[in-house]
Design a protein around this ligand. Structure first.
Ligand code: 6PG
Length: 478
């Protein structure tokens, strides 16, 4: 088979097929395709005769059809499936060729794989690809890691298929080795927080506001015309408008209230814990899914006391606006924490990640695409070293305009027994960041009392320990 393809895709499930179709639809691309079961390959070719695919029946045909530097995107299940395909390509690729993992791999796996493949002189690029099946076809946001060298070849190809906002493709070289998959993981963590916050707003509007799913859909459609404009708000309105054909009920009322998770949100929280950077909004979103999935516990609960007040909403427009403001403020916190986690990861793994660039490529194509990512892009472009997104002038002002409502909604949620874990934890995070003194001072005292772990003082350098079991005098330990 003559080597004419400038890019190849391995793994033709929906995401892989759509990505291959997207690539083939762009001027200048000639796309080699391969799937373990050849019938999937032929099915794709037959269903899209217009696409200039080069269909390979064997992995050798696939590799032979690629022109140098051979570049292949793996779109198979993360884990063992990806490792198996990497092995096949390692045996057939040469120095300077490029293996791209387009799945949701754990970034530490990508760091390992990149090292193994680089030993052979082959480039390995872990690329986060966000936007689901539709995004893969019409324009995803793409977060490739790997070497700058590899990006010289891969970047221009990815730019042909990425989403485009204001004439700029939603793709950039994120940073070395696992940086791309790390940033995709954080994207997914923010996605979890965003979805949980929207769900809490829905729950408040439903239970306290007594609005129907259809009415709440209209409220979300209205919100989508303002600063909350985003893909997730848009699809939420669509889900809430959906009627179940079988029962005639709102679909949301017949869906079992137990949330699933493929794991990227969990990875985000685990990584943030290791990095010592708080992602409380994301963590609450992950744990809210875990709580919802405690089927036996929830089914077996006794009549639990509530002592909850009734939330009688007199002024419904004011209530709707208060919920909107609480949602917006909590969302700002979730994104601020996500960007802090990216900065912490970059420091830990010696990646040079430009946060403004990350925000820029998230403006389109990805699941968290939103109008307010323009504001985040501007904030980091104005000051790349922002200590927190919450300290950017725009967001200080945005929070200022929401705070009273945020406090009211969180307080009323607590008083009426409406769970708002992400709203409440985000407010507490904000107040913690704002506080002049934190009760961590007492925690240090406790730790020193039972573990002699020492503490610092506000008025002197060094570490100190109180002789709690002796005369309770203080000694300086360093
Ligand atoms: C994306 C999505 C996608 C994610 C699925 C499942 O960016 O296109 O984040 O990568 O894996 O939406 O996510 P969960 O099952 O973890 O909710």
């Amino acid at each position: 088979m003559s080597a004419t393809a400038n890019i190849g895709v391995i793994g033709l499930a929906v995401m892989g097929s759509n990505l291959a179709r997207n690539l083939a639809s762009r001027e200048g691309n000639s796309v080699a395709i391969f799937n373990r079961s050849y019938d999937k390959t032929t099915a794709l070719v037959d269903s899209h005769p217009e696409a200039n695919f080069i269909a390979a029946e064997t992995i050798d045909e696939f590799v032979d059809s690629l022109k140098s530097p051979k570049t292949a995107i793996i779109m198979v299940q993360a884990g063992a499936g990806t490792d198996a395909v990497i092995e096949l390509l390692k045996e057939r690729f040469s120095k300077g060729d490029i293996i791209v993992d387009g799945g949701n791999a754990l970034f530490t796996d990508t760091i390992r794989r990149e090292k193994e493949v680089a030993a052979l002189g082959i480039n390995f690029v872990g690329a986060g690809i966000s936007g689901g099946e539709e995004g893969a076809l019409l324009g995803p946001s793409i977060m490739p890691g790997g070497t700058k060298e590899a990006y010289k070849t891969l970047g221009p190809i990815l730019e042909t298929i990425a989403a485009n906002v204001d004439g700029e493709p939603c793709v950039t070289h994120i940073g070395a080795d696992g940086a791309g998959h790390f940033v995709k993981m954080i994207h997914n963590g923010i996605e979890y927080a965003d979805m949980q916050l929207i769900a809490e707003a829905y729950d408040l509007l439903r239970k306290a506001g007594d609005f129907s799913p259809n009415e709440i859909a209209e409220i979300f459609e209205e919100w989508n015309r303002g600063e909350l404009e985003s893909y997730l708000i848009e699809i939420t309105a669509e889900v809430l408008k959906q009627t179940d054909a079988k029962t005639g009920q709102p679909l949301v009322d017949v869906i079992l209230d137990q949330a699933g998770s493929k794991g990227t949100g969990v990875w985000t929280v685990q990584s943030a814990l290791d990095l010592g950077t708080p992602v409380s909004g994301i963590a609450e979103a992950v744990f809210a899914r875990s709580l919802s999935a405690q089927a036996a516990q929830r089914a077996g609960k006794p009549e639990l006391p509530a002592h909850a007040q009734t939330w009688s909403v007199e002024d419904k427009p004011a209530f709707i606006e208060a919920v909107r403001r609480a949602l917006y403020a909590s969302k700002i916190v979730a994104y601020a924490q996500g960007f802090d986690a990216i900065r912490a990861g970059a420091k830990e793994h010696n990646w040079e990640i430009n946060l403004g660039e990350v925000a820029r490529i998230w403006r389109g194509g990805c699941i968290i695409r939103a109008q307010f990512l323009n504001r985040i892009t501007e904030a980091y472009q104005k000051n790349e070293n922002l200590l927190s997104l919450l300290f950017a002038e725009y967001f200080v002002s945005a929070i200022d305009g929401t705070l009273a409502s945020w406090r009211e909604i969180v307080a009323m949620g607590a008083l009426t027994g409406t769970p708002t874990p992400a709203f409440a934890s985000s407010l507490s995070y904000y107040d913690g960041l704002r506080a002049e003194r934190l009760p961590a001072a007492l925690v240090q005292g406790q730790r020193d009392f039972f573990g002699a772990h020492t503490y610092k003082r506000v008025d002197a350098e060094g570490s100190f320990h109180t002789l709690w079991s002796g005369d309770r005098s203080e000694i300086q330990t360093s």
